[in-house]
Design a binder for this molecule. Sequence first.
Ligand code: ADE
Length: 277
Amino acid sequence: MRLDVVTIFPEYLEPLNVSLVGKARARGRLDVNVHDLRSWTYDRHNTVDDTPYGGGPGMVMKTEPWGDALDSALADGYEVGAHSPALIVPTPSGRPFTQELAVELSERPWLVFTPARYEGIDRRVMDEYATRMPVYEVSIGDYVLAGGEAAVLVITEAVARLLPGVLGNAESHRDDSFAPGAMANLLEGPVYTKPPEWRGHGIPDVLLSGHHGKIARWRRDEAMRRTTANRPDLIERCDPATLDKKDREMLSILGWSPDPEGHSSGRFWRRSEGVEQ
Ligand code: ADE
């Protein structure tokens, strides 16, 4: 996979040289190219922003440097025969970045990121490139960062670990929280490793039992416990067909019931406050 990042802070992307993404680069699974947006400014002050039409606070990033920088990055790839770039525009106004979107992006051969500063990029830049390629405007959460570079690091790491040959264990992401499949939409429960006793804290007996069925059940129950506590919205949205009898029993113990108060979807709802977790 090829990644291009156009930014006014190339040094902010240094973490792409370390850890998992760095290893993926070293192994040739990722080809990362970071470009300095200011290389495509032609005035004495290397200006990349200007005041917004219509007034208001803050500054808007100008069309010309972005257009020239993107044309240059894209032309380079087309020359060497790479195809199907997608533009990834980090913005708090974008669609939420989810594991599902990470999987979709991991299947593309080439991602071009445009992390912005100030109030964002002049809309015409996205409209122009949308005529040539898919444009994903993506938010990594409901908070506002000073710029999109941290979002690029987040998205890149989530995508890179899905590429074949990048994670040590090919199975590792099957059980991820939010991974598609049987455990879909439940958070992962707690994990333990040696020593068996630490500062008076032991390991749940079942994990030492060697009984795979019981261990799987315990993990599922703990996933339910953690999900009801931290992400009740995931339980409310959960497809009842993905819950077995034991799941339903556990949800009932945790204070959840199917269809109280006249709902008829089979989905689970929290019965009342104050039930022990
Ligand atoms: N830029 C500023 N805030 C952001 C967010 N929450 N997600 C993606 N890009 C951003």
